[in-house]
Write a protein that binds this ligand. Structure first.
Ligand code: ADP
Ligand code: ADP
Length: 218
């Protein structure tokens, strides 16, 4: 089945900017899809609409299971500077169910998944840009969401750090098989990471091409 389905979705901002559409877009459960296109083609808008952070002007958005289960990773890690890595990652759990007993265990598992088990007690300022992004990824995964939405997460990182993160994200996805929608304007990144590349063009943001990436692995 589909994890995410957009039908005839448009978005018009105030002052008349038509950012999107209409767009039809489906993502199968467990797939890794890239949204690729130049700045301003509506990638972020589409992602924010899927996440429920923004209302479409028209059209229909459907998420499997009612769509309550989403992890979002922004380009900026947006960590709380006064809180430890552990507490930053625990935040979504504490917000949804403050008294749950397994918060510590889940945080530990999420940090291990991104290779930061040793840094639970560190503060964000002690971490490199790549490590902060890993914390942000752990925070998005800690609630075990069905869908992971990533908005140009590695765009601000140097090329080598970015390559390591690409490889680790790929390994993570192979292990977890979560649905991932990954926004990027890097052709390399989209082809390297995803099973399907959806290309968008601006004014208004529309889907203009789709490619299946044929890999040897299942
Ligand atoms: P992308 O993520 O591909 O760079 P965006 O979704 O951010 O594209 O933006 C698509 C278009 O909508 C752009 O023309 C952008 O300037 C415009 N836009 C984005 N957010 C807003 C907003 N809050 N208000 C008005 N226009 C916006
Ligand atoms: P990106 O291209 O990385 O998606 P943008 O620079 O397009 O980022 O947008 C950054 C922020 O500014 C977003 O929250 C977006 O909604 C907002 N924004 C973008 N374009 C406009 C605009 N023309 N008017 C108002 N807000 C905008």
């Amino acid at each position: 089945g589909d994890a995410v389905s957009l039908k005839g979705v448009t978005k018009r901002y105030d002052r008349g900017v038509v950012a999107l559409g209409p767009v039809d877009f489906n993502v199968r459960k467990g797939d890794f899809v890239s949204l690729l296109g130049p700045s301003g083609c509506g990638k972020s808008t589409a992602l924010r609409i899927i996440a429920g952070l923004s209302e479409p002007t028209s059209g229909r958005v459907q998420l499997a299971g009612g769509g309550r289960s989403i992890g979002f990773v922004f380009q900026e890690p947006t960590l709380m500077p006064w809180a430890t890595v552990r507490d930053n990652v625990a935040l979504p759990l504490k917000l949804s169910r403050p008294r749950r007993a397994d918060i510590g265990d889940r945080v530990e598992v999420a940090l291990a998944r991104v290779g930061l088990a040793e840094f639970a007690a560190a503060y964000p300022r002690q971490l490199s840009g790549g490590m902060k992004m890993r914390v942000s990824l752990a925070r998005a995964l800690v609630t075990d969401p069905d869908v992971l939405l990533m908005d140009e997460p590695f765009a601000a990182l140097d090329e080598i750090t970015r390559f390591h993160l690409n490889n680790d994200l790929l390994a993570l996805w192979r292990g977890l098989r979560k649905t991932v929608i990954f926004v990027t304007h890097s052709v390399f990144e989209s082809v390297y990471l995803s099973r399907r590349v959806v290309v968008m063009t601006p004014r208004p943001g529309r889907i203009c091409a789709e490619y299946a990436i044929d890999t040897a692995e299942p």
